[in-house]
Design a protein around this ligand. Structure first.
Ligand code: ATP
Ligand code: MG
Length: 455
């Protein structure tokens, strides 16, 4: 057997996926469908079988009995002509058979009335009349009246008119069965929905808590519900605690390291002062300065400047933030355009997010003259572009520059330059909000940095 063959999708999978596209996506709705669909199916089958077999059968038997009675009455009428005014016949009919019988002399059958569209009574009754009596007849079952009228043409232009109660010929109270069935299934569905809600709510809560953690937001969460759900909840909490512990450990360690290294660097600088003036000493001093700057930058980054420095996500005015960034860039002499579409309120950690913006716009300002910032927050996602008209970054370097300390500027211009942490921090901020940053080509000719955040 080839393994490859078993991995391929079978036609059944395709059908399932095609169906999946039309199914609701929520767990609650899906669970409801799982309950409702079989109930409806079962009810339809039961109702169909019932209507088809029982209901039709009963109606046929009843109609057949009434028709047999009528046939007997006709026989009596024709066999005993001495009953001149047919009073005996009427009496027997009404007392024994609960039928109201008249003989109409010298008349004809009325023209056939309108046929009801689908009426099982009309159908079976006419069937039976044709089968058992085989004379011209006229039937009126239309309307809501509780009587059914049958006229039979006799010999010598006489017509026998028979009024029967509708319930005599028709299984008339069968709808009660359907009412009971529908009603009870509604009650059961209601109960099922109530229970289902209570079972599903803890799962939704867990999903919310996990999503919030991914976005760096804090929400209260306590495991509840069925055993497995609670288990998952506890596992989630344990994971969250471990992450927090890790962060804490890292911070403490970094604080220790930075303290120790700073002390040594300070001693270095002091010693250098005592060494006096010479080109070598100047070089050494520059290197030491560079080193301490890098150290500060690295420590800041590793401490999680961008991400989880304990800041809480709050509703923040994007417009205000961006205008601040814009005026800052304009002060440095850059033409800066700003465009915001959709809701300007976003939920982010304001300081971290500001750092992200300043890093991206700072890069654009360093490399280009014109800057365009456009934000779109029409959906649950905020999409933000920062465009410039600088040299851009070649496609194969666009991931590389996110690494800490990676700078392409070295070759371009030596003097002004940062530490190469800006993009690393910006990406860290975006990811800690549950989003990301990607680089691309700008319509302005330079670099386009695109930030996507659930906000
Ligand atoms: N808008 C841009 N246009 C062209 N190159 C860019 C742009 N933004 C970043 N780069 C390149 O990517 C490199 C990394 O950028 P990053 O922001 O991480 O560091 P930096 O700007 O050099 O230093 P820092 O931001 O820490 O002051 C830069 O050195 C630069 O070469
Ligand atoms: Mg930068």
């Amino acid at each position: 057997m080839k393994i490859g063959a078993t991995l391929r999708y079978s036609p059944l999978d395709h059908v399932a996926r095609w169906f999946g596209r039309f199914l609701p996506k929520g767990l609650y709705a899906r669970a409801l469908i799982i309950i409702i669909a079989p109930v409806i199916l079962l009810q339809s089958v039961v109702a169909y079988v019932f209507m088809e077999r029982h209901y039709q059968l009963v109606t046929r038997r009843l109609s057949s009995a009434v028709t047999a009675d009528i046939a007997a009455l006709i026989d009596i009428y024709e066999s005993y002509p001495q009953d001149k005014d047919t009073s005996t016949l009427s009496r027997i009919a009404s007392e024994r058979l609960q039928l109201d019988v008249d003989i109409l002399r010298n008349t004809d059958l009325p023209p056939p009335g309108p046929k009801p569209f689908f009426d099982i009574l009309d159908e079976t009754l006419t069937d039976e009349l044709r089968r058992q009596i085989d004379r011209p007849y006229w039937v009126d079952t239309v309307g809501r009246s509780s009587y059914v009228e049958v006229r039979i043409k006799l010999d010598r232009n006489d017509v026998m008119r028979v009024l029967a109660r509708r319930s005599q010929a028709y299984a008339s109270n069968s709808h009660i069965f359907l009412v009971w069935m529908g009603g009870s299934s509604f009650v059961l569905l209601g109960i099922a929905i109530l229970f289902l809600r209570n079972q599903i709510r803890p799962i939704l809560r867990l999903a919310e808590a996990a999503e919030a953690l991914g976005k760096g937001r804090e929400i209260e969460f306590r495991p509840r519900g069925a055993r497995e759900v609670r288990q998952a909840g506890h596992a989630f909490l344990e994971m969250k605690r471990r992450i927090e512990r890790n962060i804490e450990q890292r911070t403490t360690m970094l604080n220790g390291v930075s303290h120790d290294l700073r002390t040594i660097l300070t001693r270095f600088k002091l010693s250098l002062v005592f060494l006096g003036q010479s080109p070598e000493v100047e070089d050494l001093k520059r290197d030491v300065d560079e080193m301490s700057r890098m150290l500060e930058g690295y420590l800041a980054f590793a401490r999680g400047e961008g991400g989880d420095a304990g800041e809480q996500a709050v509703a923040t005015d994007l417009r205000q933030l961006l205008e601040e960034v814009q005026s800052d860039a304009e002060r440095q002499g850059h033409v800066t355009e700003l465009d915001i579409v959709g809701d300007p309120m976003i939920t982010v950690r304001p300081d971290a997010f500001r750092r992200l913006l300043f890093n991206l716009v700072g890069n654009a300002a360093r490399h280009g003259d014109r800057i365009e910032i456009s934000a779109n927050h029409e959906t649950r996602w905020l999409v933000l572009h920062v465009d410039d008209d600088g040299p851009g970054i070649p496609a194969d370097m666009r991931e590389e520059v996110f690494k800490p300390f990676v700078r392409l500027d070295e070759a371009r211009n030596q003097d002004e330059g940062g530490s190469g942490l800006g993009l690393a921090i910006a990406r860290d901020v975006a990811r800690s909000h549950g989003g990301d940053i990607v680089l691309g080509e700008s319509p302005l000719g330079g670099l386009r940095a695109t930030v996507r955040l659930p906000a």
